[in-house]
Design a protein around this ligand. Structure first.
Ligand code: ADP
Ligand code: MG
Length: 270
């Protein structure tokens, strides 16, 4: 049986790193697809106005489509904004449209502006989909959208690119997580660090890998995602690498990473 174990309770993972291009979206959609293909129900919430997660999941996100923007301003329920992805019946996505670009400013004047997404994610609202996993794909900033994701989530998943300057900005991210922990969401913690875009031909990639492992220990998944052209091609076809090229190294590694995440989730002490 190749089903992944179901978590003891629903896990909401916020995929964050204020650096752009480190693999947040790629990791969110591919981990989500891997879990969905192994029998778990997964919801991806696209919280980046660029809508890259929506694209990769083949979900409509033209301006005006019911999206996470309408959810945040309270016009549409989360369930009504969610569509099932054509890649798996278990995989849902709340898309982001360009309308979200103004939300960072619009939210400032709203009541409970940091908790809009959390409110939308209440148990009743999610009962219809009833996902085992929720991934929230953050924009590349530490603004109000990312704060909403951190307030709504239980866990933070940080993708780190195996590159020069990989750790730059990380302390700022961790400080922000601590602030949210201290004031808005006491149970938030960094559960998972995923090393991405690893290039085995460079010495640097190994240096970054060991530095991150030394610093973060067990939090870092054993699986490292290699740099692979298949991974970057897949979104152009409205797919994740898991459907685009299931046998590729990129696909296999996201599968392994997802299995590690699922195994942690299934432990009772989680
Ligand atoms: P972020 O969401 O953090 O901005 P993305 O996930 O969009 O980052 O990734 C940035 C770019 O790198 C995208 O063009 C993506 O296709 C590419 N990319 C991500 N992961 C890999 C990988 N493992 N191998 C090759 N290209 C990748
Ligand atoms: Mg992104």
């Amino acid at each position: 049986d190749n089903m992944f174990p179901r978590p003891a309770r629903r896990r909401v993972l916020t995929v964050a790193n204020q650096k752009g291009g480190v693999g947040k979206t790629t990791s969110a959609v591919n981990l989500a697809a891997a879990l969905a293909m192994h029998g778990l129900k997964v919801l991806v919430i696209d919280l980046d106005p660029q809508g890259n997660a929506s694209t990769a999941l083949g979900v409509e996100h033209r301006s005006g489509t019911p999206s996470v923007y309408e959810v945040l301003i309270g016009e549409v329920s989360l369930v009504d904004a969610a569509s099932v992805s054509d890649q798996s019946d278990n995989l849902y996505c709340v898309p982001a449209t360009i309308d979200l670009a103004g939300a960072e400013i619009e939210l400032v004047s709203m009541v409970a502006r940091e908790a809009r997404l959390k409110e939308a994610l209440t148990t009743e609202a999610l009962d219809e989909i009833d996902p085992d996993y929720v991934f929230i794909d953050c924009p590349p900033s530490l603004g109000l959208l990312t704060v909403n994701a951190m307030v709504a989530g239980d866990e933070v998943l940080i993708p780190i690119q195996c590159e020069y300057y990989a750790l730059e900005g990380l302390s700022q991210l961790l400080r922000n997580i601590e602030l949210v922990q201290g004031h808005l969401n006491p149970s938030l913690y960094v559960s998972t660090i995923l090393l991405t875009m690893y290039d085995g031909r460079t010495k640097l990639a190994d240096q970054v890998t060991s530095e991150v492992r030394k610093h973060f220990g067990e939090t870092v998944l054993r699986t490292v995602i290699p740099r692979s052209v298949k991974v970057s091609e897949a979104p152009g076809y409205g797919q994740t690498v898991l459907t685009y090229d299931p046998g590729s190294r990129g696909s296999m590694s996201y599968l392994d990473a997802a299995r590690e995440i699922a195994e942690v989730g299934a432990r009772a002490d989680q």
